[in-house]
Design a protein around this ligand. Structure first.
Ligand code: FMN
Length: 194
């Protein structure tokens, strides 16, 4: 079992999504003690935005980095993604990662019958955190679900903690509920495996 753990919050130690992804990965480690975990912090070590310099005119180091980011994703069985909502969508740091893994011939291909996902054999766990309440503005999750489904991935699960900036009480309740949901996720899987 290969786990890929992705964080993208710009809020460091105060990040809610980091707390949730850490709990998700801890639960997976407990369940699969032999699992390997690759960690990528897109805030601390950001990937450059897509541009001519990172694409057609990329130097050898950039080409190698792009290939490594893609391979790390392809090698993963379970991908845990921290999804803080900034200005109604995902952080640009996370978008830069998506731009590295959306590669024709690797994660999808176009056929006469339309696009076909090539990276379907994975499970994706999203830890979505937002300051307000989710209304019609759930672009971040809809976008990510679309992208992963485009890659052929059918198992995309979301843990959400919302209303985090409404009040300290809201934050405590929402985070408590999300952490409980994560704990139950592990319990259910362990019961199913037994
Ligand atoms: C730059 C910035 C933009 C934000 N934009 C939104 C927003 O559009 N909608 C919302 O509900 N919360 C917004 N928030 C609040 C964050 O979603 C909230 O702080 C959440 O905890 C982010 O996850 P994190 O703690 O892991 O970074 C924003 C926060 C920041 C710092």
């Amino acid at each position: 079992m290969n786990i890929l753990h992705i964080d993208s919050s710009a809020l460091g130690q105060n990040s809610a999504s980091r707390e949730l992804t850490a709990a998700l990965v801890a639960g997976l480690r407990q369940q699969y003690p032999d699992a390997s975990v690759a960690y990528r912090d897109l805030d601390r070590e950001p990937l450059p935005h897509l541009s001519a310099r990172t694409l057609a005119a990329a130097d050898d180091a950039t080409v190698a980095e792009n290939a490594a980011v893609l391979q790390q994703f392809l090698d993963a069985d379970t991908v845990v993604v921290g999804v803080p909502v900034y200005n109604f969508t995902i952080p640009t740091a996370l978008k830069a990662w998506i731009d590295r893994i959306a590669v024709a011939g690797k994660t999808f291909r176009y056929t006469e019958n339309g696009p076909e996902g090539l990276a379907g054999d994975k499970r994706v766990l999203l830890a979505v955190t937002r300051g307000g309440m989710r209304g019609a503005d759930r672009f971040e999750e809809d976008y990510l679900r679309f992208v992963f489904s485009f890659f052929g991935i059918e198992v995309v699960e979301s843990i959400r903690a919302e209303g985090l900036n409404l009040s300290p009480e809201h934050r405590q309740t929402a985070m408590g509920a999300a952490l409980k949901q994560i704990a139950e996720l592990g319990d259910v899987e362990q019961r199913e495996a037994a």
